[in-house]
Design a binder for this molecule. Structure first.
Ligand code: HEC
Ligand code: HEC
Length: 418
């Protein structure tokens, strides 16, 4: 009898635990490796593995996402369109498509060819190199922290990641395909068909390909870094300036302070990098445009890059036709910027040292130069410090993303009708 009661009690506890975890399954911090590590297993995906994955209800829960520490200060800018909720299954489908060269006309180019995780989600060439070695006229920007921006591209001409994602597939010098042909290819792969049929009401079509890829990109966010740790301490010290002397009398506050300080040891910055941080926000005025937790004001500015050319790329002007936008480009994020040279919309600057020199001289003079661009008169040491800040203070971890685990053209466990 007692045993029975105990069982009931345990059952009750277990049941409650189960309910709580079903609810928790929809709460996730982006960057969590379980979102982008692929369907468990190794090698090409089998239909059996896909069936099991798709039959797990947790993979279809609408995720309530939060941002990693540091980036989370930008949570107000988080943007997920109403008609494209994030689910684990959709992130995973988008991941497969992102790395799949079969979306290009000759099976040689994927999104990752120009936005390569091993190259800071950019490419090492000045311009994006697409099918048959063709080159465009702009540098491949990074494809992470995009969940914080609506307008995409250097000139902001796409107003959502969904709209952006289907562009390269049909761009003759990028993936060189047509939307019809890519939809046909994806539909012909049973592993993809299965996923689209379960995840979307209307199966495989180009909009849904865009939605899946955009959802994967939203899961690509940068983790905490030196700046985040030092900034949290600085903000605490400012907020509790009067209490700092008496922390021993305020155990909770003291514990918080100790915790924040400990983070600066996990993400250390040298003295030089810390001086660089002060320069960044003061004398060098970088934060006038690289503002907020994602280090961008999401605005367009003319720094004079490429303006010495007789036919310069007019950037934002081609979208708005407003004179003030001539030669203006979108301020890029500086999180993890050290990982993705070369720099600027035309890839014309090879190193961060070159970028610093560009700002130091006030950019390249031209009629539309931003009035925020002024010579900075930095000393050699200040330039070193600013570089130190960008390298040590602004580099955090990327989420773990598996690049293999794609559905094969013919699944190993698929019956082929001869
Ligand atoms: C041939 C190289 C190439 C390929 C392939 C390619 N891209 Fe790009 N991508 C670029 C270039 C270059 C730009 C900038 C173009 C511009 O601003 O006009 C860009 C821009 C972007 C942006 C905008 C980023 C921002 O900060 O505004 C995103 C997101 C992106 N690409 C994702 C993708 C996805 C997803 C795919 C696959 C469907 C893809 N790209 C395929 C080169 C490429
Ligand atoms: C007037 C606004 C503005 C100010 C001030 C500014 N930036 Fe920028 N930054 C931009 C824009 C816009 C771009 C892209 C310009 C282009 O490609 O034509 C850019 C590009 C960069 C890049 C290249 C990023 C990439 O992915 O290619 C780095 C690095 C950078 N800025 C660092 C700095 C630093 C360091 C400072 C301070 C010394 C600074 N910026 C000040 C607006 C600004």
């Amino acid at each position: 009898m007692r045993l029975h009661l105990l069982n009931v009690a345990l059952g009750g506890v277990l049941l409650m635990g189960g309910l709580a975890s079903a609810q928790d399954a929809s709460l996730v911090t982006l960057g969590d490796p379980s979102l982008t590590a692929g369907i468990p297993g190794v090698g090409l995906l089998t239909n059996d593995e896909l069936d099991r994955w798709l039959s797990d209800g947790d993979n279809h829960l609408e995720l309530q996402v939060t941002l990693p520490e540091g980036l989370s200060a930008a949570s107000g800018n988080l943007y997920i369109p109403d008609d494209n909720a994030m689910t684990r299954a959709k992130i995973e489908l988008g991941r497969q498509l992102y790395f799949d060269k079969r979306l290009s006309s000759d099976n040689t180019v994927s999104c990752a060819s120009c936005h390569d995780p091993m190259l800071g989600y950019g490419a090492e060439t000045a311009f994006g190199v697409g099918v048959r070695g063709q080159q465009g006229g702009r540098n491949s920007p990074i494809s992470y922290n995009r969940i914080l921006s609506r307008a995409q591209f250097w000139d902001g001409r796409a107003d959502s990641l969904e709209a952006q994602a289907v562009g390269p597939i049909a761009n003759p010098i990028e993936m060189g395909n047509t939307h019809e042909a890519s939809v046909k290819t994806v539909s012909s792969i049973s592993g993809y068909r299965k996923q689209f049929d379960v995840i979307f009401e209307d199966g495989v079509n180009i909009d849904n390909i865009g939605k899946a890829i955009a959802t994967f990109e939203r899961a690509l966010v940068t983790g905490p870094m030196g700046y985040d740790a030092y900034d949290a301490v600085a903000r605490f010290e400012k907020q509790f300036a009067e209490d700092l002397e008496y922390l021993d009398e305020e155990p909770e506050l003291k514990a918080k302070y100790t915790e924040l300080k400990a983070k600066t040891e996990i993400y250390p910055m040298s003295d030089s990098a810390r001086r660089g941080m002060v320069l960044f926000f003061n004398k060098a005025k970088c934060a006038a445009c690289h503002a907020g937790a994602n280090f961008t004001d999401e605005q367009y500015h003319n720094l004079g890059v490429g303006m010495q050319s007789s036919k310069p790329d007019l950037g934002r002007f081609d979208v708005t036709k407003e004179d003030k936008d001539r030669g203006a480009f979108k301020t890029p994020t500086l999180r993890n910027v050290a990982l993705s040279p070369p720099y600027m919309h035309d890839g014309s600057q090879q190193t961060l040292e070159e970028v610093i020199d560009w700002y130091d001289k006030g950019g390249h003079r031209n009629e539309w130069l931003s009035d925020k661009m002024k010579p900075l008169n930095l000393t050699d040491q200040e330039k070193v410090d600013l570089l130190g800040f960008m390298v040590e203070g602004l580099t955090g971890e990327f989420p773990y993303v598996i690049q293999s685990r794609l559905p094969p053209t013919i699944a190993a466990d698929e019956k082929v009708v001869q």
